[in-house]
Each structure stands twice: as structure tokens, then as C-alpha cells.
Design a protein around this ligand. Structure first.
Ligand code: PMP
Length: 392
């Protein structure tokens, strides 16, 4: 079998950077990608014959490990892989998502987190008639133009493209505020009065290390969005079914107008979703005029993998077990790094039951096992790029 090294040489000739998503290039960690032959349980096996404990789990979609829902996928394959017509599974997945996430009345399935966020933005703009969007520095919402934007020269002005190919005009409609800083949001809303249609936020920031919301931040965003006529959009592509079965919105008790999902809800196959209040989602085609479509949206294999994953996650004790494993992994990573003399920090999203005091958090939904933990190993506390262990 070809080695990782020889495969990378071939890949570099035909695939930009040799990979189909930049984080796989290993550039951030000064190494060359391992090409994976197969995976089982908690392990990855590369083409060079090495075995790894997998702390990334495909960057989030596989909280149950590799192969956990393979039977469901195999069963679905037998019935066909894509029909271009609706299936019962899609209805079931929509019902399952709506039952889990307190703010979700209607939901549209798509094929990636990026598709979910860009579609949610379109709905928010259409429903408010406003083009400007607030996002937070260090947040990531996929690679649609409106989100590939960094703060402009003044925090209250529109942003500048963070990638060539993003038109300056698009970036100008994106305002970049500081996470956990309500004053920056209030100032941006005042400076752009009547123009902001949506506030997009990762309710627990997971793309700049791991930064939980300070008490009152999400509640403050809720209040500010309502007061200024903007929609609050939670990007729960990472946090959905991860920090808790009910997502960050269930855990923190703050209900957004729209929610974006991805990763876990496809159990390792390509799925995303966006949804929210029915009154907003009824604007989406063909129920309404906001156009959004997808040849493989609600793909039967992906839906089967997602349903099987969510069913397993609902089982009593799952999130407690994830929390315990997360704490164990964090401890081992810290010890190992310390022994090796490597500077690192491991972020943990506090588990409401295992950590003191959290169980009484407002909005806590008892009895459903809506608890979770997410270990993230970053190079520097709070600001480094993710090395391992957490989904991004
Ligand atoms: N939102 C968040 C919070 C993410 O972390 C990501 C991907 N890491 C996305 C959106 C985009 O999802 P996808 O890669 O499936 O397009």
C-alpha cells in the first residue's frame, strides 16, 4: 500500500495543498498529513501501519466513536442511496431535532454547516429586510462570503475580507464584535441603527480555543437582538448535541430565533440543518419566497446515520459518560504535555452536574440528560488554534 508520504506527493499535484479541507494539511502543527486507511472505535489506522487514539473524531461528528452507527448506514444503503424525493427518515430527523432543541419549530436539512449558516443568514435578511450581520472575532461560521470577514479599522464600521475573493461590499455588511463583550454589540447596533438583521454567535466559542459565554452574555444578546429588531442566530454546528443533548440553548436557557446545526446530526455523513421559529422558516421555498435547495439534502444514508447517533445520545447516562471520559482525556493530555515539557492548555466545557453549582443554571432542562463536556486542546490558552481533542 502507498505510504502517507507518497500519497501526499500525488495529492499535491492534483488537490490544492493536497487536502480537501485546510485543517487536514497539518500545517498548523508543522507536520505532514497521515493518510487514514480505516478507523475503529477510538482508533485511527494510517496507511503506514500506525495506530492512533483519535481525539478529533472527524472534528466533531462522531461523539460515539468510529463505526458506532455503521449498521444503520448499511441497512439504509440496501434501500437506495438517493431518491430526489422525500423520505420518512427526513421527517423523523426533523421531529427529533425539534424535540431536542427548545427553539426549533421547523427545520430544513442541508449537507454541511456552511450551507446551514449561509442559508440562515439569507432567511434572517429576508425576514428583517436588513443586510448587516454581526459576528464575533474568533468565531467561525463556515466559509460563506459574509462570514470570512475580520474587523475593520474601527470596531463599529463594516469588516474587511479575510480571504481574497470576498467582495469588499459583502464584507462591509459584516460587523465584527468581541465575544463576551455586550458593550461592543450594543455599540455596533447603535452605530448601525435599523440596519442589522442578524447576530450570529457560537454560543460556546469553539473555534478560538474553548471559551464559554460569561454569565449574562447570551441573555444579553437575546435582549439586544430583540430590542434592535435583529434576529439572534445560534451557530450550534459544534455545540448542538455536544455540550448537551439540547445544545447550548437548552443548557443556558436562551432561545435564539434561528439555529444552525451540522456535524453530530449526520453521525459522520454530510448533514447540516437550519431552523427556528415556524413563522420565520415558513419564508423558505417552497413554503415561501426565500430560495434554498439541495440535490442531496436529507440524503437517506446521512439521515439514517444522524438518527442512529441521536438515538444513542439520548440513552440515559450518555452525557455523563462523555463528561467523565472528557475529564479523563483532559487530565492525561495535561500530564503528558507537562512531562514532555510542551506548553499547552486543555479547555473543558464545565459539566453542569459534575461541576459544582452548574445544575441550577437557569433554563436547565432536568431529566433529559442534557449535559455534556467538550475537551479542547489548544496551543495557547484561549487563543491558539486547535491541535486535537475538540471539534472545529
Ligand atoms: N459553524 C461552526 C461553529 C463550525 O465549527 C463549522 C466547521 N468547523 C461550521 C459552521 C461549518 O461547517 P462545515 O465545515 O460542515 O461547512
Amino acid at each position: 500500500m502507498a505510504s502517507s508520504e507518497s500519497l501526499m506527493r500525488r495529492a499535491l499535484a492534483r488537490i490544492p495543498g493536497g487536502v480537501n479541507s485546510p485543517v487536514r494539511s497539518f500545517i498548523a502543527v508543522g507536520a505532514s498529513p497521515r493518510f487514514i486507511r480505516r478507523a475503529e472505535g477510538a482508533h485511527l489506522l494510517d496507511v503506514d501501519g500506525r495506530r492512533y487514539v483519535d481525539l478529533c473524531m472527524s472534528w466533531g461528528p462522531l461523539p460515539l466513536g468510529h463505526g458506532a452507527v455503521a449498521d444503520a448506514i448499511r441497512a439504509a444503503v440496501g434501500d437506495g442511496t438517493s431518491f430526489g424525493a422525500p423520505t420518512e427518515g427526513e421527517v423523523e430527523l426533523a421531529e427529533t431535532l425539534a424535540a431536542a432543541l427548545p427553539s426549533l419549530e421547523m427545520v430544513r436539512l442541508v449537507s454541511s454547516g456552511t450551507e446551514a449558516t449561509m442559508s440562515a443568514l439569507r432567511v434572517a435578511r429576508a425576514c428583517t429586510g436588513r443586510w448587516k450581520v454581526i459576528k464575533f472575532a474568533g468565531g467561525y461560521h463556515g466559509h460563506a462570503d459574509a462570514f470570512l470577514v475580520q474587523a475593520g479599522s474601527g470596531a463599529l464600521t463594516g469588516g474587511v475580507p479575510s480571504s481574497p475573493g470576498v467582495p469588499p461590499g459583502v464584507a462591509a455588511d459584516t460587523l465584527v464584535c468581541r465575544y463576551n463583550d455586550l458593550e461592543s454589540v450594543e455599540a455596533a447596533l447603535h452605530a448601525n441603527a435599523g440596519l442589522v438583521g442578524a447576530i450570529f454567535v457560537e454560543p460556546v466559542a469553539g473555534n478560538m480555543g474553548l471559551i464559554p459565554p460569561v454569565p449574562g452574555f447570551l441573555q444579553g444578546l437575546r435582549r439586544l437582538a430583540a430590542a434592535h429588531g435583529a434576529l439572534l442566530v445560534f451557530d450550534e454546528v459544534v455545540t448542538g448535541f455536544r455540550v448537551a443533548y439540547g445544545g447550548a440553548q437548552g443548557l443556558y436557557g436562551v432561545l435564539p430565533d434561528l439555529t444552525c446545526l451540522g456535524k453530530i446530526i449526520g453521525g459522520g455523513l454530510p448533514v447540516g440543518a437550519y431552523g427556528g421559529r415556524a413563522e420565520l422558516m415558513r419564508h423558505v421555498a417552497p413554503a415561501g419566497p426565500v430560495y434554498q435547495a439541495g440535490t442531496l439534502s436529507g440524503n437517506p444514508l446521512a439521515v439514517a446515520a444522524g438518527l442512529a447517533t441521536l438515538e444513542r445520545l439520548r440513552a440515559p447516562g450518555t452525557y455523563e459518560q462523555l463528561a467523565r471520559l472528557g475529564e479523563q482525556a483532559a487530565r492525561l493530555l495535561r500530564q503528558t504535555a507537562e512531562r514532555a515539557g510542551v506548553a499547552c492548555s486543555v479547555g473543558l466545557h464545565a459539566h453542569p452536574v459534575l461541576s459544582s453549582g452548574g445544575a441550577t443554571r437557569p433554563g436547565w432542562r432536568a431529566g433529559g440528560g442534557y449535559r455534556g463536556i467538550r475537551p479542547v486542546l489548544s496551543r495557547d490558552a484561549g487563543s491558539g488554534s486547535l491541535l486535537a481533542a475538540g471539534p472545529v
